[in-house]
Design a protein around this ligand. Structure first.
Ligand code: HEC
Length: 110
C-alpha cells in the first residue's frame, strides 16, 4: 500500500511537470541552462545588464551583456554555438534554444 501511494504521488508530480508551457521551459533554461545562467549577463528578461566595471589606462570601462530581446532565432542559435570572449559556450539543443527564444519574445508575441 505504501509503495502504491508513492507511485501515485510520483506520477502525479510527473504529470504536473508536463503541464509547463514552452515559455516556462524557456524561462527555466534561461535562468539555468547547464552552465552560467544567461540572467547574470543579460538581465532577468534579456534586457541586458552591467557585468563588471574596471579601469583600463586610467579610463573606466563598463562590461555589459547586450539587450537580446529582439534577436531573431537564427542569430540566437548562431550566438549560442560560437565562441565568445566573455560569454561562455553552451551545448543546448535546437528545442532548448527555441524555448529560450520564446521566453525572450513572449511580450512581443502577446
Ligand atoms: C558571462 C556573461 C554571459 C553569459 C552567462 C551569457 N552571455 Fe550572451 N553575451 C555576453 C556578452 C558580453 C555578449 C556581447 C559580446 C559577445 O558577443 O561576446 C553576449 C552576446 C550574446 C548574444 C548576441 C547579441 C547580439 O545582439 O549580437 C546573444 C543572442 C546572447 N549573448 C544570448 C545569450 C543566452 C541565451 C545566454 C544563456 C544561454 C547567454 N547569452 C549567456 C555575455 C554573456
Amino acid at each position: 500500500m505504501k509503495y502504491l501511494l508513492m507511485l501515485l504521488l510520483c506520477s502525479a508530480v510527473f504529470a504536473e511537470e508536463s503541464f509547463i508551457t514552452e515559455v516556462e521551459y524557456g524561462e527555466m533554461l534561461y535562468n539555468n541552462p547547464r552552465g552560467i545562467g544567461c540572467i547574470h549577463c543579460h538581465g532577468k528578461h534579456g534586457e541586458g545588464t552591467l557585468i563588471a566595471s574596471y579601469k583600463e589606462d586610467g579610463q573606466k570601462v563598463d562590461l555589459r551583456g547586450p539587450d537580446i530581446r529582439r534577436v531573431p532565432l537564427r542569430k540566437l542559435k548562431e550566438s549560442l554555438l560560437k565562441r565568445h570572449r566573455v560569454m561562455p559556450t553552451y551545448f543546448l539543443t535546437d528545442k532548448e534554444i527555441r524555448a529560450i527564444f520564446h521566453y525572450l519574445h513572449q511580450e512581443q508575441e502577446e
